[in-house]
Design a protein around this ligand. Sequence first.
Ligand code: ADP
Length: 303
Amino acid sequence: MEIPDASLILEARGLSLSYGARIAVEGVTLELRRGEVLGFLGPNGAGKSTTMRMLTGNLRPDSGTVSLCGIDLWKDPLKAKARLGYLPETPPLYRDMKVDDYLKFAMKLHRAMQDSLPDIKEKCGLQDAGSRLIGSLSKGYQQRVGIAQAILHNPDVIILDEPTSGLDPNQIREIRALIREIGNRCGVILSTHILSEVESLCDRVEILHHGKQVYKGSLEGSRHAVEVGFKHPPSIDELSSIHGISKVEALSDGLFILRHEEKQNPTEALVALAADKGWGLTRIAPSRGSLEAVFAELTREGS
Ligand code: ADP
């Protein structure tokens, strides 16, 4: 089948779903392109899992459409789902099976070529775990098996529901590296309520609150910024004139976020100028501020 826009691999329009009288998701619209990792962020109960279950065909929306590589998920579910890998919040693992047996079983279900098993295991760091019982693996390794079952049929779109939840910091780092690697080849949507996860992994973010999309944005800006504080703050104009700084945002109490181009970190120039002019530099650190501020503002209770 011809794909209408080769790089657009998932398109969801106006997804809504209620559980009885409770509206869980209302009018969610999103797009995913090849090579992108999209972070789906929101507080608990925001509707992330419900949306993902609609995107993967596990829940039928009350209204709205989903298409994968141009194939309508509800009109042609088998074909559309062949393009999709899904790791639900609770991974679909059989604890009494050995890793190899489970992955071979999952490959049969997906009609994937069994000879790609060593490749998949290598990709997911499972080379030495083939004969281990899944139930005896650490949570991090179980999550690797969960990701392996989601990618073994070489899907275009991979949907991961809170993939690092419950893992320790080392496991989190490893799973994030794996997701980033996968995301370079296909497209990934991952849900999380962890801001740093989105910042370290994702190209774009959508924030969901009470079932509605309240923010869509790129993360480029927030990656290249420093947060600074001064005892005797200069004016915004003075800060803006420093070489490399593209935008200045004033926070409170002499604190500022300074945005800069990727290769023009203004730290050195700023420190020298602050000393020269007696601004009394009290803080300078890479900024994680903007997404945090946006998230706090948009998902405040009552908003
Ligand atoms: P998130 O994944 O962002 O934590 P969910 O999609 O799980 O959010 O839930 C969205 C809303 O729908 C919540 O208010 C939740 O209580 C409700 N909900 C989720 N699943 C069910 C269900 N099976 N039956 C009734 N209400 C549900």
